[in-house]
Design a protein around this ligand. Structure first.
Ligand code: 13P
Length: 341
């Protein structure tokens, strides 16, 4: 697939389309399969992902690109067609997760640093040859007592910047993902404060690393209270605070921002995105890059049974369409119900 970095970065987030994060590592997909009683074998992982990538309406009309894991970018469908070719045939762009996970950061109890920079240049060249036109690297920042620290934020921002530089040097659009987790008991304002701090540092390090902002995509968390917080927030509050935080931190040269869902329910993730678009006046395209919020429902409907493939695809199409409508500011609870019926 031809196209400059800038064109690809723009296309990934434009027109209501968004990204399918199907880049679960072997241990993460095992957790998801355990939940539906399916054994995580090479064949089951192939069958599940083939089901998604062959969902015509979702892939052609709502999904601009798919983030893959190393195994999947090399895997063939049952009939021998590379899975990457199924994605391309639908007009969607294949991408690849290139980080090697968040590991305990020495000297920083409770904090992590994402690994995977060694040898990355060579791996990016190989992934390009396999069809990847964008990549993803996820930094993980937890909120807790005394954390995050500046030392951890800085180390993670520098790693993101070095990753992004290697991607752009290899003609691959970097998705820069600094995820502030929503697992704790903190309130929404603490999430705002930490996310703002992290994004300020990330863009500073991207500048020092000479990243071309027009040729990247940001994948942030939304500004939400921690799951254990006694004080939950309305859809309007999440939308208003997320947009305010992003406007304060993300230069308008960045063409697109694609949110992670991070453990929000399917419908929350959709409603929040829709409410942000309805606020209007945004300098970048805002869309989705959901993993769980796009896949939980199809996983359940499929449950590893070949006779459930059509049902799994119908549910995936519905979820993708709801998020597409949200990214256009055209979603409503009514349309959600009507489509589900
Ligand atoms: P979730 O939407 O499930 O948070 O996954 C998105 C992702 O790619 C996290 O790295």
């Amino acid at each position: 697939m031809a196209g400059s970095l800038d064109e690809i970065a723009y296309k990934m987030c434009a027109g209501g389309k968004g990204l399918l994060a199907a880049d679960e590592s072997s241990s993460t997909i095992k957790k998801r399969f355990d939940a539906i009683g399916v054994e995580s074998t090479f064949e089951n992982r192939r069958d599940y992902r083939e089901m998604l990538f062959r969902t015509k309406e979702a892939m052609e009309d709502y999904i601009s690109g798919v983030i893959l894991y190393d195994e999947t970018i090399r895997q063939n469908a049952v009939d021998g067609t590379p899975l990457v070719k199924l994605i391309e045939a639908a007009g969607s762009i294949p991408g690849i997760k290139v980080d090697e996970g968040a590991k305990p950061q020495a000297g920083f109890p409770g904090e992590t640093i994402t690994e995977g920079l060694d040898g990355l240049d060579g791996r990016l060249k190989e992934y390009y040859a396999l069809g990847a036109r964008f990549a993803k690297w996820r930094a993980v920042i937890d909120i807790g007592s005394g954390i995050p620290t500046y030392g951890s934020i800085l180390a993670n921002a520098q790693a993101l910047a070095r990753y992004a530089a290697l991607c752009q040097a290899n003609n691959i659009v970097p998705i820069v993902e600094p995820e502030v987790l929503m697992d704790g008991s903190n309130d929404i304002d603490r999430c705002y404060e930490v996310t703002e701090w992290v994004l300020k540092e990330v863009f500073q390090q991207l500048f020092y690393a000479r990243i071309r902002l027009e040729g990247m995509v940001l994948k942030p968390n939304m500004i939400v209270p921690g799951k254990l917080s006694p004080k939950q927030a309305s859809v309007e509050e999440v939308a208003e605070k997320t947009v305010r935080c992003l406007k304060n931190c993300v230069p308008s040269a960045v063409p697109g921002i694609a949110f992670l869902s991070g453990g929000q329910s399917d419908e929350e993730a959709t409603a929040h995105l829709d409410a942000m678009i309805k606020l209007g006046g945004l300098p970048w395209n805002l869309t989705f890059s959901y993993g769980r919020a796009l896949q939980a429902a199809p996983q359940k409907a499929w449950s590893g049974k070949p006779e459930n493939v059509a049902a799994g695809q119908a549910v995936f199409t519905h979820r993708a369409r709801m998020n597409y409508l949200a990214a256009l500011g055209k979603w409503s609870a009514e349309v959600e119900q009507k489509q589900a019926a």
